[in-house]
Design a protein around this ligand. Structure first.
Ligand code: RIB
Ligand code: CA
Length: 317
């Protein structure tokens, strides 16, 4: 089985950082062609710098980072410093990740996505998105024919039964740019959605955090320092023994799909103003008889998920 060729579009962010590390620690399963950054958890300048800092942590100056769109298609940017800290990658100890050892590529993320899709054989590249879908929607809007050359989209976002996390109805990535999400969900591409229904089962418990901290590889202690900070907001909010680790679910599914249970259903995006703005309206029991356009992750084995992440970090020795 050849490795999945991916472009990883993200808004680092702590859990995006873990998605990057899991992808780059798994060369047999993942061939990351490039990282594109969206504005989301923090503004674009910071998400871009943070992607470069994660690469510096693993001394990787090969993977190119491409800056994307600085704000959603419609409306103003909403960020999440309350969760990720002012830098977007604040740590428990207060020490920062290493400074970047490379700079971002001057090609715009949207052009990188389209050029890469154009140059690759049809149906070969998986687009992974762990932030707002602005870059992907912009690429689709500019050149839909080229965009549809992608094999599929694997995204973290939305919620089927779970309440929202930025409003009672909406999950953050979708809420930041619901018009982008609506366009992508209607793109006719095969979409795999890892929303709060499954990510809220992936809790960074103290024992899991300790296993990462005590791992012998060179990144374990730094990753544990990041996750220690990331745990603070959600443990207070939900009263759980840790925060949900959202974004790496996308990469973990590409590596080990048996960790997750998927169910195909119709999912629409609410873009009208009001309390449900940004909601992913999932037709779980097919009451609308609408086209089942999205493969929704409805369950996952959290022990297998964290075992995979903890083991793969040993790649960085
Ligand atoms: O709702 C969680 C999602 O929003 C994650 O991708 C997190 O990084 C933020 O982008
Ligand atoms: Ca994210």
């Amino acid at each position: 089985m050849s490795a999945n060729k991916i472009i990883l579009d993200c808004d680092p962010g702590h859990d995006d950082a873990l998605a990057i590390l899991l992808a780059l620690s798994s060369p047999k399963e993942i061939n990351c062609l490039g990282i594109t950054t969206s504005a989301g958890n923090v503004p674009l300048e910071l998400t871009t710098k943070n992607a470069l800092k994660v690469l510096a942590l693993i001394k990787n100056n090969k993977i190119e980072v491409y800056k994307g769109c600085p704000k959603p298609l419609v409306g103003e940017l909403v960020t999440a410093e309350n969760v990720h800290g002012e830098s977007g990658l604040d740590t428990g100890s207060g020490t920062s990740l290493p400074e970047p050892i490379s700079s971002y590529n001057n090609k715009h993320a949207v052009n990188f996505i389209l050029d890469t899709l154009k140059e690759a054989p049809n149906n070969e590249i998986t687009l992974v998105a762990t932030g707002p879908l602005t870059n992907l929607a912009a690429a689709f809007s500019i050149d839909p024919q080229t965009f549809r050359r992608a094999k599929r989209i694997v995204l973290m976002g939305g919620a089927g039964f779970e309440p929202g996390n930025i409003t009672p109805a909406a999950e953050f990535n979708i809420y930041v740019d619901p018009f982008a999400a609506k366009s992508i969900f209607q793109s006719e591409l095969e979409i795999f959605m890892f929303g709060l229904d499954v990510t809220h089962k992936m809790i960074i418990t103290s024992s899991r955090l300790k296993a990462i901290k005590n791992s012998s590889n060179m990144v374990g202690p730094s990753v544990a320092d990041l996750l220690t900070f990331f745990n603070v907001y959600d443990t207070k909010k939900y009263g759980w023994d840790g925060a949900p680790l959202h974004d790496p679910c996308t990469i973990a599914w590409l590596i080990s799909p048996d960790i997750f249970e998927m169910k195909k259903m119709s999912v629409e995006i609410e873009t009208n103003n009001g309390p449900a703005y940004g909601r992913t309206v999932a037709d779980w029991f097919n009451v609308t008889n609408k086209k089942k356009n999205i493969n929704v992750a409805i369950n996952g084995n959290s022990d297998k998920f964290f075992e995979l992440i903890t083991k793969r970090l040993n790649f960085f020795d």
